[in-house]
Design a protein around this ligand. Structure first.
Ligand code: TXA
Ligand code: MG
Length: 333
């Protein structure tokens, strides 16, 4: 049992010594380092293969720890934190002076969240301070949703991988920027913008439309993240048959992930739920499976465009190397 105190104490000691621990969260697995140790952060960026200008999220064990990391705690952060934490929500706030530039990519803001996984919370408590953790994948790859995914990605490069089973949510947290007067969604996720702004409207705050002049730099906004190594095509349900038939004629080996049950001329096929929560929970595991199937192309049936699917569609578009130009979200590199 990973909750065993001795393993958690060992993991906390590894973090204190400036080394890395991978741990489960409810969204995806994180690759953790001491958020207040510049050398540990340098190691984290090196192992992940991530450019140092891409900031990391600090994971805390409770809302009450927020004030240690940001300049001031705005009412909007208290509101969203008390409603959605622990949970799949990250808040970007103006950083406290002592917060390291190595953590924030040199920006004057810091991203924080309280994850809803008992192992993550127990690890943060045992460590006693904030844990910087990007998703536990090499830069540009799919986020891991099981301990096996993390081990396959990093082997011995990570001291300890805490196994907390399959992540319940399955895609990365919603990121909300509260560092300026106008809140903004930087990365859509399973907590929808409607839910966020329903809460913020009680404080008289509304969603900003279009690009903001004083918006924070979005270092991870690359179109081609969350990508399997096999090329991926995102195809509308109505065009699925035509596209697969054409690809087949061109000699492609197709691995299909479909929501509808149609039988199509493909090498392998997996069916995925039309329920957005279940879809999110399973999508990265299925993409990894299809990536290993020997196919020359992965075809994914495009989910609906409605609000509950926004975070999922964002990740699928990035996996396909397409950028959603309307959302100024971040990648989860
Ligand atoms: O669900 C999640 O958010 C997972 C789990 C492990 O917590 N973490 C995750 O981390 O997805 P990562 O590093 O893969 O993605 C975090 C995103 C990056 O695109 C990064 O640029 C953005 O958050 N970010 C971090 N700090 C920021 C800041 N100060 N301002 C704007 N964006 C920031
Ligand atoms: Mg990531």
């Amino acid at each position: 049992m990973i909750e065993q105190d001795s393993l958690l104490q060992e993991a906390a000691a590894v973090l204190r010594s400036g080394k890395l621990v991978a741990f489960p969260t409810e969204t995806v697995y994180g690759l953790g380092a001491d958020a207040a140790n510049a050398e540990a952060l340098a190691l984290l960026y090196k192992v992940k293969g991530r450019p140092t200008r891409h900031p990391c999220i600090v994971h805390l064990s409770s809302l009450s720890d927020l004030s240690q990391w940001c300049e001031t705690v705005p009412e909007s952060a208290l509101k969203l934190g008390s409603l959605f934490w622990p949970g799949p929500l990250t808040l970007v706030l103006r950083k406290a002076p002592h917060v390291l530039p190595e953590l924030t990519g040199g920006q004057d803001t810091v991203a924080v969240r309280v994850p809803a996984h008992k192992t993550a919370l127990a690890l943060i408590s045992a460590f006693g301070s904030g844990i910087a953790a990007p998703s536990a994948n090499r830069f540009g790859h799919l986020s891991p949703t099981s301990a096996e995914h993390v081990r396959a990605e990093f082997g011995d490069d990570v001291e300890i991988v805490l196994d907390g089973g399959q992540c319940q949510v399955g895609i990365e947290s919603t990121i909300v920027d509260l560092s300026t007067a106008q809140p903004r969604i930087l990365r859509p996720g399973m907590i929808t913008s409607e839910k966020i702004f329903a809460a913020l409207s009680e404080l008289g705050l509304t969603e900003v439309q279009g690009k903001q002049v004083d918006a924070p730099r979005v270092p991870g906004a690359l179109a081609s993240h969350y990508a399997p190594s096999t090329p991926l095509l995102l195809v509308d349900s109505a065009k699925l048959k035509t596209v697969c038939t054409k690809l087949k004629q061109e000699g492609e080996k197709i691995a299909l992930l479909s929501i509808s049950q149609a039988t199509l001329p493909v090498e392998s096929q997996l069916s995925i739920s039309n329920n957005p929560e279940i879809f999110a929970h399973t999508i990265y595991g299925y993409l990894r499976q299809l990536d290993c199937s020997g196919a020359s192309v992965i075809v994914v049936e495009k989910p609906p465009d409605s609000s509950p699917w926004r975070g999922i569609n964002d990740r699928l578009q990035r996996a396909a190397g397409q950028s959603d130009t309307n959302s100024e979200d971040q990648d989860g590199c």
